[in-house]
Design a binder for this molecule. Sequence first.
Ligand code: TPP
Length: 269
Amino acid sequence: MSADLVKKYLRERSLPHFFCPGCGAAQVMNYFVQAADRVRLDFDQLVAIGGVGCTARIPVYLDADVLHGIHGRTLAWATGMKLHNPGLKVVVFAGDGDIAAIGGNHLIHAARRNLDVTVVVVNNLNFGMTGGQVAPTTPGALRTMTTPYGNVEPPFDLCRLAETAGATYVSRWTTATARQGIRALEGALTHEGFALVEFVAQCPTNFGRRALQSGSAVDGVRWIAEHSVIRKDGAEAPDEAIFVLGDFVDARRPVYRGSSLLDRGREMR
Ligand SMILES: Cc1ncc(C[n+]2csc(CCOP(=O)(O)OP(=O)(O)O)c2C)c(N)n1
């Protein structure tokens, strides 16, 4: 990120940031700032929300209105904010544990309602902040702190979950696909309705050391790139691909707004 962007969009008094060297969440923060600048996102109208976790710290560094709260409840706050003030731009930053485990139910219903929020997921394939426990997105057979003999659970596909629940903008990229990822964020930030952009990201400190037997960020990014495939329409993913990347959904349908609820209430009286 250039010094100009740091000055323009980051809360300098919160720096230096707390991310580990090579952390994917920090990279996604960088992509977000670049996308925000390209679409001229008005930070005076932005509310950035994080629950708890490494990813959830991203909003703390953004020079906008920020809510850093409790694990898994980001979309409940986002719903309240949008109902109260539909003019706000609300962006949630969530780890995979935050959005798919404890917050999974909020995700389903926010997508179903087509709440007008952007959700940026840093899927580092484990519970990073608490030491690397298995998460709903941990790929099969890999070792984590709580699965020392390998994960036996099938992982969630977050993008398919969001799409099936009703999200109207869904993309998955990785920290290794910066150009596409920034473009997807630009699309999400200018989309009206529930937008989810997932980044598969390296976590050298916890996932890397246990699952990949390497604490190197470069090894982590390389492993993700080697196990990713960009989906072309109709093409099957090869067996070795764990992560299917692409822009999957960009659709329009009525969004869930406070004012529409009020209107409906008035109609019923
Ligand atoms: C209600 C609640 N449950 C559990 C925790 C403990 N906790 C803090 S961070 C975290 C996991 C974070 O993992 P993830 O959301 O994937 O984010 P990451 O740190 O990997 O970015 C957990 C379980 C908590 N703070 N609050």
